[in-house]
Design a protein. Structure first.
Length: 255
């Protein structure tokens, strides 16, 4: 079934959506707040609609679960073999603050595992993608990038907006012979930077949802790395009854 999905078609959906939300980014826009107090903009709503419209035009008819359309009962979801899991605008807080570190995330999930993912950062015009068994890429270049690994610095990437005390404690306890360097950015680009090799590790000891990680998860997997649960070092899985992710670390074995 995965062979029936064109990664190029999904990339086009992400890039077309990116063009639309950049028009909003470059003008004044209103901000609403959801029940959980998280922000919502016209860009979130526009991206949600455009991605759904694009996915429904594909030759495969898979269900869609989106952050902006997440109220689908588990009794229905649990029977899905394949489904699209999307975050139309990951990093809304960065978007509002006029920082360029936001992304469009589109993932295909098969029986709890991400098997295809596209992460597009329209303000940076950077596109990451991967398909199970076919490798991971950034703008057409295979990952991990052939960057010279630093022998002096150990690059730890963390959330700009959600750097918890537990994450700070984890970072402090990391044992390495190299000098620790903390890099903070927004959205799923944190996972992508581990996939490229530009960061060594990404600990996330605070809450995320499944749509926050799914697209970048397959990218990091195809780049030869893993996202493991903090408490038991097992892979994180998708389409759980509770869509909240456990705490996790990307590239936990890095040293």
């Amino acid at each position: 079934m995965l062979d029936n999905v064109s990664i190029n078609a999904v990339i086009k959906i992400a890039k077309d959506t990116g063009k639309a939300i950049m028009q909003i980014y470059n003008q004044d826009f209103d901000i609403e707040y959801k029940d959980d107090k998280s922000p919502l903009t016209l860009a979130d709503k526009t991206a949600h609609l455009l991605i759904i419209q694009g996915l429904k035009k594909l030759p495969v008819d898979y269900p869609i679960l989106s952050e902006e359309g997440k109220n689908i009962p588990y009794e229905i979801r649990k029977n899905w073999r394949y489904f699209w899991l999307i975050d139309p605008l990951d990093g809304t807080k960065e978007f509002i603050k006029n920082r360029d570190e936001f992304s469009i995330n589109i993932a295909l999930i098969h029986q709890g595992k991400p098997v295809l993912g596209v992460v597009y950062a329209p303000a940076l015009d950077e596109c990451y993608w991967a398909k199970q068994g076919a490798g991971a890429f950034k703008d057409g270049v295979k990952l991990p990038l052939k960057t010279q690994k630093s022998t002096k610095t150990y690059k730890i990437i963390a959330s700009r907006s959600h750097l918890s005390d537990e994450t700070k404690t984890f970072i402090k306890a990391i044992k390495t012979n190299r000098e620790k360097k903390l890099i903070t950015i927004g959205s799923s680009l944190k996972i992508c930077l581990v996939a490229t090799g530009e960061a060594d590790i990404y600990p996330r000891l605070s809450s995320t949802m499944e749509w926050d990680t799914a697209a970048a998860h397959v990218i990091v997997l195809e780049a030869g790395k893993e996202i493991l649960q903090f408490n038991n070092k097992k892979p994180i899985i998708y389409n759980k009854e509770n869509l909240l992710n456990p705490w996790f670390v990307v590239n936990l074995e890095a040293s």
